[in-house]
Each structure stands twice: as structure tokens, then as C-alpha cells.
Ligand binder design. Structure first.
Ligand SMILES: CC(=O)NCC[C@H](N)C(=O)O
Length: 135
């Protein structure tokens, strides 16, 4: 069995920080679960462009307030505690935290390999690309 406590991965390679979010990667590909699971904070007052062309992601909000805007349709969905959204169509979107930091639990299929961050299009590299870069 795997037991991972948030405090054990803070300030390690599983604690990935950008200007608009911090992602604590509780489960990664190497853990063998077939998905990765992260505790993610989106900083209040920020907007992040995201387009996971190579992954499916489900996101469950546990605290804060924000919104997702689908770029193709302009639809906007409010995100509050108790909301789940699943990017089942690799949806190109903006994620905004409005009045308070958004606290999210995120799962990815295929699992993230390690230190993925968004490229200029909002995309994470494929697991194969990540593994090749680590060699
Ligand atoms: C909800 C979302 O996609 N936020 C960006 C960070 C990402 N979820 C991650 O934890 O790697």
C-alpha cells in the first residue's frame, strides 16, 4: 500500500510551482496506479490557459472560488467547493481563481510522469516525451 502525506512532498520534485498554480503530485506514473493524483492550488486573481491534448483530467474543487471558460464555445462554468469537472473532450479552456485561491484535487490519465508544466499552448508533454527528456 502507498501512503503519501502532503507534508512529505512539499519542496521536493513532486511540488511543482508556476506563476499561477502550485501542484503537489501525490501519485505519479511510477506509483503504478494508472492515473496521477495531485493537490493543486490556483492562485486568486489569476488566469491559466490549459489544453490537455495528451491527457484526460478530472478536477474536484474542495475550497475557493473560480470559473472555467471553454474557448471554443465561450461557455463559463462556476467552480465552487463540491464541483467536479472532467475534460473528457480535451477541452481548450481558461481556468480562473476569482476571489480566493482554488484548492483542487486533480487526476490525470495517462498519469503524469513528474514535473510537467504547460507549454505555450497550455499542453503537457506525453509520457513518452517526458521519459525521453529525463534520460
Ligand atoms: C486544474 C488544472 O489543470 N490546474 C493546472 C495544474 C494541473 N492540474 C496539475 O496539477 O498539474
Amino acid at each position: 500500500m502507498i501512503v503519501c502525506r502532503l507534508q512529505d512532498i512539499l519542496n521536493t520534485s513532486r511540488d511543482v510551482q508556476t506563476e499561477t498554480w502550485a501542484s503537489r503530485r501525490l501519485l505519479l506514473e511510477e506509483d503504478g496506479m494508472g492515473f496521477s493524483m495531485h493537490e493543486t492550488t490556483i492562485f486568486a486573481g489569476t488566469q491559466t490557459h490549459i489544453w490537455y491534448k495528451n491527457h484526460l483530467e478530472a478536477v474536484y474543487c474542495v475550497a475557493g472560488e473560480g470559473e472555467v471558460e471553454l474557448i471554443e464555445t465561450g461557455e463559463v462554468f462556476k467552480i465552487v467547493p463540491g464541483t467536479l469537472y472532467a475534460l473528457n473532450k480535451h477541452d481548450n479552456h481558461y481556468l480562473r481563481a476569482t476571489t480566493a485561491d482554488l484548492k483542487l484535487v486533480c487526476t490525470f490519465n495517462p498519469p503524469l510522469v513528474g514535473t510537467e508544466v504547460h507549454d505555450e499552448e497550455g499542453v503537457y508533454a506525453t509520457p513518452e516525451q517526458m521519459r525521453a527528456a529525463q534520460v
